[in-house]
Ligand binder design. Structure first.
Ligand code: HEM
Ligand code: HEM
Length: 255
């Protein structure tokens, strides 16, 4: 018996099932997990920055960002070539030449705007990563009263101000980063945020990043959650109402 369905003449115009749109991997799983954990930690740390109530959560999210930065740097060094931070530097190194070419361009239409946009993106990314260093250091110093120990009360105040300044500087760069991605999505008529979710862009050809390394992404996620859980366990009151660090608590208990 022949079970092959025969096409009714009325169905002859029916479209065949659409073929899967070809796509290529451009961002691997560890980078994507890193990105969203980094972004979420920032939002959380910023939202809990004010007042003593959420202090431990704030500090934990801040350390999480620093830890994630450490991961990203190591992945940049030991990971695949495509995740190397040298790529970012090479892009930025083109900035002086691009700026020098600006006044010489015969007309605005002859300026390589796409390179300019990519330069701006690379610049915001470097700043997003780099700002976490002074932010964590100044936060740590404030939390542990280094200022007071070094130069008295006013020094502590300065440390706080420095920390707040870097916190707001990072917020500014984050907003620029998001605005740039939204702006480029409109300009290029293509959702520029999507690859950070799916890891892929539409198009034929081999994957630009051959391996997804989902196992490393899972490890990073577990390590981050474990750190949060460990911090929680260390705290006498959970996340809230812990205006004093566990270090301070221990000193007080000893007294
Ligand atoms: C809705 C919010 C966000 C969207 C849609 C988004 C999207 C993206 C996209 C598409 C890239 C890749 C850019 C490229 O290489 O062309 C990227 C990179 C990056 N973003 Fe975001 N981002 C968001 C929020 C944030 C936040 C809040 C932070 C940090 C506080 C952040 C930090 C970074 C970093 C560090 C990179 C470089 C990633 C790497 O190569 O390791 N992003 N983001
Ligand atoms: C990396 C992400 C971080 C961000 C975005 C951030 C942001 C901020 C901001 C904006 C404030 C000022 C709140 C205000 O008074 O208006 C603040 C306060 C504070 N942060 Fe952070 N912070 C981060 C990490 C850390 C870390 C890692 C620590 C400690 C180890 C820390 C400790 C503190 C302390 C103790 C204060 C209170 C200062 C005061 O008494 O005014 N922060 N943070």
């Amino acid at each position: 018996m022949n079970n092959t369905p025969t096409l009714h003449p009325a169905d002859a115009t029916a479209q065949p099932a659409p073929a899967k749109v070809p796509s290529r991997r451009v961002i691997d799983a560890p980078t994507r997990i890193f990105h969203w954990l980094f972004a979420l930690s920032f939002v959380g740390a910023y939202a809990t920055a004010d007042g003593e109530h959420w202090r431990l959560l704030h500090v934990t999210l801040g350390y999480t960002m620093a830890g994630l930065l450490g991961f990203r740097l190591l992945y940049g060094i030991f990971g695949p070539r495509t995740s190397g931070l040298g790529l970012l530097w090479r892009k930025l190194a083109g900035a002086p030449a691009w700026l020098r070419a600006l006044p010489q361009a015969p007309s605005v239409t002859q300026i390589n705007w796409r390179q300019g946009q990519n330069l701006l993106m690379a610049l915001t990314i470097v700043l997003l990563l780099a700002l976490v260093v002074p932010l964590t250091l100044s936060g740590y110093a404030t939390y542990n009263d280094w200022g007071a120990a070094l130069g008295g009360h006013w020094m502590g105040e300065v440390m706080e101000e420095v920390h707040e300044f870097f916190g707001n500087a990072l917020l500014f760069v984050v907003l620029a980063h998001i605005a740039l991605i939204a702006g480029l999505s409109v300009l290029r008529r293509k959702n520029q945020a999507l690859p950070m979710l799916t890891g892929r862009v539409e198009g034929k050809g081999p994957d630009l990043v051959p391996k997804n390394r989902a196992w490393l992404a899972a490890l990073l996620l577990i390590a981050t959650l474990a750190f949060g859980a460990w911090q929680w366990q260390q705290s006498p009151n959970g996340w809230v109402a812990s205006g004093i660090s566990t270090e301070h608590q221990r000193h007080q208990d000893d007294d």
